[in-house]
Design a protein around this ligand. Structure first.
Ligand code: DX5
Ligand code: ZN
Length: 222
């Protein structure tokens, strides 16, 4: 249901020129911002001060993918930095229900992300609190990794859970994927039911960003 949305991930941009890099992907209405802490994932990227500095220069929907643990102490600052959605991992967040409620109370949309080793059923008790589900199709921490086709059944299962939830509640949850998305893998994930496609290296690795985003969009519709 619905047209696939390509969300460029700034992680693969040239960090010495972030604002201009962000402006090259302005044709995409959604920007994916990977926050890493060197603890939940074995890499450190950027945090709230950088997001806050970028915020006035973009009209895009800012989705912060929070690969940090614990995440709770940082939610207020992220809202203050101007993110539109916070996507938190179910792994490493013991009181997920509380965390998701807090994000909503801050006026932000609520996303949850699942690492490759995590079963989809873990979300069964929180669907009512969730706007977006993000399936990691690589182990989080780095851009440019290879897509894991073993995650496709999980995407299909979550699409089914989302349909059932919509029948019950009338509310549609957006299903996303993150990691290894390119022209070859985009049609596989949309066929499995994903409608939000995060793409880092496949977008920022190309010179013509608007054409690349359009090509991914077309591939996702195929
Ligand atoms: C990885 C990040 C991704 C990353 C994807 O931990 O969550 O958002 O930018 O990069 P690609 O698209 O290159 O796999
Ligand atoms: Zn991400």
């Amino acid at each position: 249901a619905g047209k696939p949305l390509i969300a460029p991930s700034l992680l693969s941009a040239d960090f010495s020129d972030l604002r201009r890099e962000m402006e090259t992907v302005a044709t995409a209405p959604w920007l994916h911002l990977d926050v890493m802490d060197g603890h939940f994932v074995p890499n450190i990227s950027f945090g709230m001060p950088v997001i806050k500095a970028l915020r006035p220069h973009s009209k895009a929907f800012f989705d912060a993918h929070l690969m940090i643990s614990p995440v709770d102490p940082h939610l207020d600052a992220l809202a203050e930095a101007g993110v539109d959605q916070m996507t938190v991992h179910v792994e490493g967040n013991w009181h997920l229900n509380r965390t998701l409620q807090r994000i909503a109370a801050l006026g932000c949309k609520v996303g949850v992300a699942l690492c490759p080793a995590t079963l989809p059923e873990v979300l069964g008790e929180v669907l009512e609190l969730v706007d977006t589900i993000l399936v990691m199709t690589v182990n989080p921490g780095f851009g440019g990794q290879t897509f894991m086709p073993g995650q496709l059944p999980k995407i299909r299962r979550l699409a089914q859970m989302i349909d059932e939830n919509e029948e019950r509640t009338g509310r549609r949850i957006l299903l996303g994927v993150d990691g290894g998305i390119n022209l070859q893998t985009a049609p596989l994930v949309t066929a499995a039911g994903a409608r939000l496609l995060v793409a880092g290296s496949s977008v920022f690795g190309q010179k013509d960003r608007p054409a690349t985003i359009a090509a991914l969009q077309a591939a996702a519709c195929a």
